[in-house]
Design a protein around this ligand. Structure first.
Ligand SMILES: [Zn+2]
Ligand SMILES: [Zn+2]
Length: 264
C-alpha cells in the first residue's frame, strides 16, 4: 500500500483532503474551520497534531479558511506559492515564519516519502495550482478549480492511480439557474470551474482503464446534483468503451462529510 486517501469534504463551500503514506500525513487545502477539520479527521482516527504539512491550491476561502488556525494550533508547515501566500494572508492571518514554505509550479519538493509536483491551473485566483503526489510507484492527481485543462495538464495527470477531479456544474443547470449573470459567466469562463462534461472529456483522454479511482470533486450545490454528475461520467465513459466498475471506479465526494478511505 502506497497511499491512503480520504476526501474529508469537497464542494463549493469547502475543500479538505487527507493523504497518508507510511511516513507522512498531509492535507491538501483546509477550507473549513479548524474545529470542523479536526472533527472530520477524528472520523478517520487521525490526530491533527500528527499532520506533517498543509498544501494549498489557491487562496479562495473554500480552500484556505482553516489553514492559519491549524498551522498555529498544531505547528504545521504550510506549502503555497508566493502569490497564494499574499492572497490568503487576510484569511489565514499570521503563520509562524518557520511554517511558511514557498513553492513554485513545476518544481518538485518532498514531504517525507511523498514527492509533490505542483502545476499551474486556470482559475480566477492569483496563482492557482493542482498537485501530483508520488509515493513508491503510485500517483495521485488533485485537479479542482480550473476553467480549462490544456494538453500539458492532461499529460501530467495521465497514469494516476487516483484522480481527485472537479465536476463542478451541469452546464444547463447553471445556465437556467438562479445565479446572477456575472457569476454564471465567471464559472463558465476559462478561469472558472470544470463542468461535468468537461470532466468527462478529460477522463476520456487520461484514463487507462487499469482500475483507477476517480473521485468527483467540488460539486456545486446550486448547479449540480451528485446523481447527475455521477451519471454523466458513468454513461460517458461507458459510451467511450470503458467497462466501468471493472476498469474504472467512480466515486462521489461529499460536501459535508468524509468519503471512505481509498487505499492505492
Ligand atoms: Zn477557487
Ligand atoms: Zn474552490
Amino acid at each position: 500500500m502506497s497511499f491512503s486517501f480520504c476526501s474529508l469534504s469537497s464542494g463549493s463551500s469547502g475543500n479538505c483532503q487527507y493523504i497518508e503514506t507510511e511516513n507522512a500525513k498531509i492535507l491538501v487545502d483546509a477550507g473549513f474551520t479548524g474545529k470542523r477539520i479536526t472533527e472530520l479527521l477524528k472520523n478517520i482516527d487521525v490526530d491533527p497534531k500528527d499532520i506533517d504539512a498543509i498544501l494549498v491550491t489557491h487562496e479562495h476561502i473554500d480552500h484556505a479558511k482553516g489553514v492559519g488556525i491549524l498551522s498555529r494550533k498544531y505547528n504545521i508547515p504550510v506549502y503555497a506559492n508566493e502569490r497564494t501566500w499574499i492572497g490568503m494572508e487576510p484569511i489565514i492571518k499570521t503563520v509562524k515564519s518557520e511554517n511558511i514554505k514557498i513553492i513554485n509550479a513545476n518544481k518538485n519538493f518532498e514531504i517525507k516519502d511523498i514527492l509533490v509536483h505542483p502545476f499551474n491551473v486556470s482559475h480566477d485566483a492569483l496563482d492557482p495550482v493542482g498537485y501530483l503526489l508520488f509515493n513508491e510507484m503510485k500517483k495521485i492527481s488533485i485537479l479542482t478549480d480550473t476553467g480549462c485543462v490544456n494538453e500539458g495538464i492532461k499529460s501530467k495527470i495521465k497514469g494516476s492511480h487516483l484522480f481527485f477531479i472537479e465536476a463542478n456544474h451541469d452546464i444547463e443547470m447553471l445556465r437556467n439557474g438562479s445565479y446572477p449573470l456575472y457569476l454564471k459567466k465567471r464559472i463558465l469562463s476559462q478561469r472558472g470551474h470544470l463542468s461535468n462534461d468537461a470532466c468527462l472529456e478529460i477522463l476520456r483522454e487520461v484514463l487507462m482503464g487499469e482500475n483507477e479511482h476517480v473521485l468527483l470533486a467540488h460539486l456545486s450545490k446550486e448547479n449540480n446534483l451528485p446523481k447527475l454528475a455521477y451519471k454523466t461520467i458513468y454513461d460517458g465513459l461507458r459510451e467511450s468503451g470503458y467497462d466501468v466498475e471493472k476498469e474504472v471506479n467512480i466515486h462521489l465526494t461529499n460536501r459535508d462529510n468524509n468519503t471512505q478511505i481509498f487505499y492505492i
